[in-house]
Design a protein around this ligand. Structure first.
Ligand code: C2E
Ligand code: MG
Ligand code: MG
Length: 660
């Protein structure tokens, strides 16, 4: 607008000058013609005219230039408008992207101030946009540890992908985030993008929780306990004033609850049990479930080792109150094993092993007790371990021999069969009797191959003796079967295989089982015994009177023979009114149930006579013969054959040492 005004005034000014010049020229021309003046005036006037024209030319020129200037100005203006529009468009684009990345995004200035925050970030922070931008430092939203994380060694923001940080919102709540920081090229600013990974972290936490906790009780499991124990061992080595102890707990007769009230009641009991124990412990102690009804406790930082016994006593006290399970009162006393001298250990497994061994002894002592592990127990444990290793070797090296004790008819004192009794010829220790190794064999499962060896040897020996006396009589072989082994379905198949390979009919074999084996699971036992009988085997109850069973219970079982325990026979003559009556009652009841009775441990004539009086048919004991090696039985068979040759129709009577 001003430029236009200026042009107009310049043009007018030029016209005024030219007009003035022309008027002046005309005036001077008239004057000079009228006055006839000199040429000088004429020239002056011409110069003025020329200047006027030159001025006009100049003005025209200026006008043209300003026109060009104006045009280029306009182009420039147009360009500026276009660029601004473009910029605005791209800013909208970038803003849209910035807003909609999905991730919380902020622009951070070099002093950490947030200059721009997208709405995701704003929402996540709990602050208003206006409270953040230019007002808050990015560090206000991260915890201390994350501050160090996001700065590199030289104190700048590290341009790293997926830094794991803790984000803190307005309410001071923490969230796990992945943080990615990128420098904006050509500036001092950075873009930080934050992804909420709380759910991922939570899932991770759950997975690791599951890996280290028992699902039923939510207590730490074995793996986590071992870790704690390992740390306690290390701490104990560093600090002389640091003591800790380990308790191993096993609920007494837990199986009974499971079997009688069902598994969910069993689970409820385990939960209630662990809760009660937990409530009796300090926060720093660790209670863990190893599985089943077995728990362990780590008592940390205790003043003296005696304290562990105090805790064990207190816990036992707490367990004297019943639990309410499925509307029923249930008692769950537990046996505890305690390890006190924990400084002697380097490995957590060793502590657990010894605590377990002590617990086992507590159970043996009679449940609801605790036993502190000591050197003697340790030696005993070592001894057992050695025995187990030796037993394994013994099976391979065939170090077992079977001895045979004759079973005689009391009436005629003739041999009707034998009981196979295992012995172990230990290369260093000599002959070992079954009382010192059968229980280890049972616990380690080695009883299965051992029984098979005995069965194989006893049956093949019997076969050869039976073949020799075939024309005279039938002989039978009694083989002892452990209670744990008896209920295994594989037993019958094993027996069939052995008998088939030897060619001995099954009615020559009698299985001796203790009462406890038959008490385990009555229904299953009945089915099992029936299967054995159907095959042709006979079942003998061994050591009768020492277990829990009653004759009325035995009535339900298809049992052939009952062996009265040695403890009854040994007292038969000393207490005429007490023991004698019991033995008599057992014998007469057994006969009424169609069972054969064998008296065990007959050692003297008096016992023998009393038993004969009681109409006990069979006996076994030192009075007739001690258990003997195969060679001795071979001789016995020869004697039997010779006797029958000399005394046709009569059988050879056994006269053991005591008869002489
Ligand atoms: P058991 O089956 O009751 O065997 C009888 C035990 O009493 C045998 O002890 C025998 O030697 C002993 N005995 C026999 N007559 C007399 C006597 O007049 N007086 C005395 N004081 N003792 C007598 P052994 O051979 O030491 O066997 C002990 C136990 O070991 C057996 O008791 C049996 O339960 C178990 N056993 C033996 N061999 C085997 C086997 O091969 N397998 C299994 N599972 N257990 C076996
Ligand atoms: Mg026996
Ligand atoms: Mg016996």
């Amino acid at each position: 607008m001003t430029k236009k005004k200026l042009n107009i005034s310049l043009d007018q000014f030029g016209l005024i000058i030219i007009g003035t010049g022309a008027s002046a020229f005309y005036y001077y021309l008239e004057e000079s013609m009228a006055q006839d003046q000199s040429l000088g005036s004429f020239i002056t006037i011409a110069i003025i005219l020329l200047i006027s024209m030159f001025t006009q030319l100049l003005i025209n020129n200026i006008n043209r230039s300003s026109e060009a200037l104006r045009e280029s100005n306009e182009t420039l203006e147009q360009k500026v408008i276009e660029r601004t529009k473009e910029l605005r468009e791209s800013e909208v684009l970038y803003r849209t992207i910035f807003e909609n990345t999905g991730a919380a995004t902020v622009i951070i200035e070099d002093d950490m101030t947030i200059s721009l925050a997208n709405s995701v970030f704003v929402n996540m922070s709990g602050f208003g946009k206006g409270e953040i931008e230019q007002k808050k430092s990015f560090f206000d939203f991260l915890d201390e540890k994350s501050h160090r994380n996001v700065l590199n060694d030289v104190g700048f923001l590290s341009n790293e992908q997926n830094l794991e940080c803790k984000f803190i919102n307005k309410e001071r709540e923490e969230k796990d985030i992945f943080l990615t920081i990128t420098t904006i090229p050509g500036t001092e600013n950075n873009v930080a993008s934050l992804t909420d990974i709380s759910e991922l972290k939570e899932a991770e936490r759950q997975i690791s929780h599951q890996a280290f906790h028992d699902t039923l009780t939510n207590l730490p499991n074995r793996a986590l306990f071992m870790e704690h124990l390992n740390m306690a061992i290390k701490r104990g080595k560093r600090r002389t004033d640091y003591h800790f102890a380990v308790l191993y707990l096993d609920i007494d007769r837990f199986k009974l609850v499971n079997d009688s009230l069902g598994h969910s009641a069993g689970d409820n009991l385990l939960n209630a049990f662990s809760e009660r124990i937990q409530n009796s412990l300090r926060d720093i102690d660790t209670l863990a479930r190893l599985g089943g009804d077995e728990f362990v406790i780590l008592l940390e930082d205790i003043e003296s080792e005696d304290y562990a016994s105090v805790v064990a006593e207190r816990l036992q006290q707490a367990l004297r109150r019943p639990f309410m399970v499925s509307g029923k009162e249930v008692f769950a006393p537990a046996s505890f094993g305690v390890v006190l001298n924990t400084k002697d250990y380097d490995l957590p497994e060793d502590i657990i092993r010894d605590a377990d061994a002590a617990m086992y002894h507590a159970k043996e002592k009679g449940r609801a007790q605790f036993k502190v592990f000591d050197k003697k127990l340790h030696e005993k444990a070592l001894h057992l371990l050695q025995r187990e290793t030796d037993l394994r070797k013994a099976i391979h090296r065939k170090e077992f021999v079977t001895h045979y004790q004759p079973i005689v008819s009391l009436e005629s004192r003739s041999v009707v069969g034998f009981e196979a009794l295992i012995r172990w010829r230990h290369p260093q220790l000599g002959l070992i009797y079954p009382g010192s190794f059968i229980s280890i064999a049972e616990e380690t499962g080695l009883i299965i191959p051992i029984t098979r060896l005995v069965m194989q040897e006893a049956c093949s020996d019997l076969k050869s003796w039976q073949d020799q006396v075939q024309h005279l009589q039938k002989l039978t072989m009694n083989v002892n079967i452990s209670s744990k082994h008896f209920l295994l379905p594989s037993l019958l198949a094993d027996i069939k295989e052995v008998l088939d390979s030897i060619g001995l009919p099954p009615d020559h074999l009698k299985l001796e089982i203790t009462e406890t084996a038959l008490m385990e699971d009555v229904e299953e036992t009945v089915r099992h015994v029936n299967r054995m009988r159907d095959y042709g085997l006979q079942i003998v109850i061994d050591d009768f009177g020492t277990g829990y069973s009653s004759l009325s219970y035995l009535q339900r079982l298809p049992i052939d023979t009952l062996k009265v325990d040695r403890s009854f026979v040994s007292r038969i003559q000393n207490t005429p009114d007490g023991n004698r009556n019991i033995v008599e009652a057992i014998i007469s009841l057994a006969h009424r149930l169609d069972m054969i009775v064998v008296a065990e441990g007959v050692e003297n004539l008096e016992q023998y006579t009393i038993l004969l009086d009681m109409k006990c048919q069979f006996g076994q004991g030192y009075l007739f013969s001690k258990p003997m090696a195969k060679d001795d039985v071979d001789k016995l068979i020869n004697n039997m054959l010779a006797y029958s040759r000399e005394n046709p129709g009569l059988s050879y009577p056994l006269t053991g040492d005591l008869l002489n």
